[in-house]
Write a protein that binds this ligand. Structure first.
Ligand code: AMP
Length: 370
């Protein structure tokens, strides 16, 4: 079987590694040369919006998946009639936070209060109705906190509007005073078979994921509710493949969906060591319409800590020092150059408790000295 992946970053790389292990041929198509895709002979670097490039590249694929919601799935669908998983309609829905929230709300899923605001006046009215602070979110193209603003006053809101609003305005969301943030990975096949992973707790630093661990330590019933909401959210957007649902856990034990990512996710990297079937393997399985693997944890606890650049320059990890930390599984993505906040890799540690795993994960990341 041949799986094509549109993308050449670390998510494509780790998906490719999972597919290769099962003897699947994996081809990548990327718009520019990238460190993570360099080890794969079957990588094409070309204008991936070009119809001829796409047609030729996909011709011998059994299915194609994407590494991000921004990959040119629409352009591929116009020239190739094989299965694209997740499909262009799902990507179209998820790409725009307004459309995404509306779809989830119409399916009856719990979300923070939100309004799609076409003008600054609309935004002011919604903010008054929700009460300050509110979050102003760009509909498209935001990540790691870029594109969001917390507004504590009408003046903040006017400033955010000038900075962020697009032609169709901005999403305004009530601020959630959450107890914690969690994520659920969900694999889903054509026909609806799905595998929902154990809930992962997450910690962000400066709006970027820093660590993710399981068990999430949620009160009885909350884990079940989060898994139920995540599974239904993925069904509501018609997601096929592996998708992630980021959620807030509220102080009264409720769950609110923050956002969906239509691809393997940084919060799921620990599934490689912690679960019977990793998010990447289930992504490949679902994309090729193969039976899904068991998502359950196979260890008592695990923690992943991100390896993020702290300076400009060549990536020169102290691998020996990191590997001296007992149990540290070091993943580096092959990016040749570092810069502040750039994701260069991650470390996962499995242990008897999430705290013990976290401690060793942090130690190994520090030892890499990136
Ligand atoms: P996002 O880019 O929408 O995933 O938001 C990035 C981070 O901002 C989230 O992980 C939260 O920590 C925070 N955030 C987003 N939306 C809200 C909200 N409605 N209330 C409180 N914090 C939020």
């Amino acid at each position: 079987m041949t799986l094509g992946i549109l993308g050449g970053g670390q998510l494509g790389r780790m998906s490719a590694m999972a597919g290769l292990r099962m003897g699947v041929r994996v081809k990548l198509l990327a718009p520019s040369v990238s460190g993570p895709s360099l080890p794969f002979a079957d990588t094409t670097v070309a204008d991936w919006t070009d119809a001829d490039v796409l047609r030729q590249w996909a011709a011998d694929c059994d299915a194609v998946s994407v590494e991000s919601e921004w990959a040119p799935a629409d352009a591929l669908a116009a020239v190739w009639d094989g299965p694209i998983r997740p499909g262009p309609q799902t990507l179209h829905l998820i790409r725009h936070k307004g459309r995404q929230n509306q779809t989830l709300a119409e399916a009856g899923l719990p979300l923070p209060r939100f309004a799609l605001c076409a003008t600054l006046d609309d935004a002011r009215q919604s903010a008054e109705a929700f009460g300050y602070p509110v979050l102003a979110k760009r509909y498209e193209g935001s990540y790691d906190g870029y594109g969001n603003a917390t507004c504590r006053s009408p003046e903040d809101l006017a400033r955010a509007w000038d900075d962020l609003a697009a032609d169709d305005g901005l999403l305004i969301e009530a601020f959630v005073d959450f107890e914690g943030e969690v994520s659920a990975l969900v694999a889903r096949r054509e026909g609806g078979e799905r595998a929902v992973y154990p809930i992962v707790a997450t910690e962000h630093r400066q709006h970027q994921l820093h660590a993710a661990w399981l068990p999430a330590g949620l009160a009885d019933g909350v884990e079940e509710e989060a898994r139920r909401v995540a599974g239904e959210a993925i069904a509501a957007v018609g997601g096929i493949g592996l998708l992630a649902v980021e959620m807030f856990v509220t102080r009264d034990g409720g769950v609110l969906v923050n956002e969906i990512a239509p691809r393997p996710h940084n919060t799921g990297h620990l599934t490689i060591e912690a679960c019977h079937t990793s998010q990447f393997e289930n992504h490949v399985r679902a994309a090729l319409d193969l039976p899904l693997g068991d998502p359950a944890a196979q260890v008592p606890a695990a923690c992943m800590v991100n390896v993020v650049g702290s300076r400009e320059g060549a990536v020169a990890p102290d691998l020996a020092a990191a590997l001296a930390v007992p149990g540290a599984a070091v993943h580096l993505y092959g990016k040749p150059d570092s810069r502040p906040r750039r994701k260069l890799g991650h470390v996962t540690v499995t242990a008897d408790s999430a705290e013990a795993a976290r401690q060793r994960g942090e130690a190994a990341v520090s030892a890499l000295a990136l």
